[in-house]
Design a protein around this ligand. Sequence first.
Ligand SMILES: Cc1cc2nc3c(=O)[nH]c(=O)nc-3n(C[C@H](O)[C@H](O)[C@H](O)COP(=O)(O)O)c2cc1C
Ligand code: SF4
Length: 544
Amino acid sequence: MLLEELDSIAQKITISRKEICVRCCMASGCMSSRSAEIKDAMQHAVTSKNLGDRVEVRRVGCMGFCGQGPMVSVEPDGLLYEHVTVENAPSIIDALDGGTAQAELGDAKQPFFSRQLMVVRANNGRIDPESIEGYIEANGYRTLHQVLHEMQPAHVIEAIVKSGLRGRGGAGYPTGLKWGTVAKSAGAHKFVICNGDEGDPGAYMDRSVLESDPHRVIEGMAIAGYAVGADQAFIYVRAEYPLAVSRLQTAIRQARQHGLLGTGVFESPFNFNVEVRIGAGAFVCGEETALMASIEGNRGQPHPRPPFPAERGLWGFPTLINNVETFANVVPILEHGPDWYASLGTEKSKGTKVFSLTGKIRNSGLIEVPMGITIREIVEEMGGGAPGNAKVKAIQTGGPSGGCIPAEHFDTPVDYESLVGLGSIMGSGGLVVMDEHTNMVDVARFYMQFCMEESCGKCIPCRAGTVQMYELLTKIVERRGAQKDLEQLEELCDLVKHTSLCGLGQTAPNPVLSTLRYFRNEYLELLNKEVQEFGSSGVQEQET
Ligand SMILES: Cc1cc2nc3c(=O)[nH]c(=O)nc-3n(C[C@H](O)[C@H](O)[C@H](O)COP(=O)(O)O)c2cc1C
Ligand code: SF4
């Protein structure tokens, strides 16, 4: 493939475009509410009204407002329709012809979009994720061409360092620094891995990016491969994401057919292959050393670091491992320049972050916001607060490794350091809202149950400690706990945090610690006072 061919593909598809484009979300959320049939119903209406010359009905990826799905948008008018059904879908086409459409999105819901800044999700909900031509029309693969023909690998790494991009998989490690380490590590082979395991309950940002714009991730990975000197890459995706897997496979096949992957990419000396590896859905397999063990065909269990993957990773070779969203940031950084990217966000947290906003919230779905936006702006303005006029009590960030932040801290800006300061973490982007009716001890127990079930069992503190912490939390939730159970719970949190082998165990106590920090009264209210008085371990014992 040469640049001229890229131009010709883009031109051809642009010329074939119609005056009006009706976009139908065909990502997992809307597809589970029959959006494939909705698209067919609209296409049928276009044909029967003889509008085929003016109107294109296009399959697109996630528009973000998943709680209101199935979603349909109409361009160039910028109309949005919510809760579209197979029955009312033809009215959207009628409206193009002077009729009245049902299901238009109300003004009250507009703030969900108005504070967003689309960098990672710029193509989502706009292009057909199964069409490489659509991606090329949206400037796709031009950055890879420019990088291969105009930049040295070291300059690419310099640009990523300058942008300030930090890993979006949870820990926020500086991406450019990691790329530099892999580039410097000696090895006969080097690998790139895209971590699409995404196991946090309620989080689906990476699934949405993979389902909506798979070429963007592949292009980012190829640029990373060139920068660090790797020629083989894997995208690790869980089996619960079949649509993401199939769209990735389609995208890889198309890129190979066009000479954008394989031997001599863009007729340069750079060779790069990408394969999908499907995980079985174990949360621990998102941890980088467990993930690599799983790709190697071994049991998905973590091992101690060092050595870090950047020095000795897959099959002992230097390996670059980054999250889906991290790779999806690479093309815009190089396309618009690292200075532009570094101008977004805060001093230490640059760019945007994609979050899945779920729980007790009116407007739920995926949002992409500049770093530094406050929690209050997200929850109250974009999310519209809790349904039924209930008061929002807290927000959980960072999944099972994160913590619960109470409403009095909602003016805190969303950035890596501020969230850690509050006892939580940015994590990969799950935001779960809790209202005044939520019992916070029960929330802590939910996350502990998750960690207990997902613990791989390799080390004792995590294997036994999560079970014991879960049992103590259950005792407290069921009003059978005494003061000494609370003390034991706190001791265990400390022990498991400091002695577990990997991040799963090390962070499993966080939801307990943060709820103890901000909602201790809820624990105390649940303690059984009689049990305390008699110094007994439970009601049952005391009664006998
Ligand atoms: C238990 C556990 C689960 C993890 N799950 C994921 C995951 O699903 N996706 C992800 O990108 N990183 C996950 N991570 C973090 C990875 O180990 C690794 O830091 C990350 O993929 C690096 O990419 P980044 O620098 O782009 O964030 C997990 C870590 C732990 C400890
Ligand atoms: S901390 Fe838990 S998940 Fe991690 S290695 Fe130990 S037992 Fe396995």
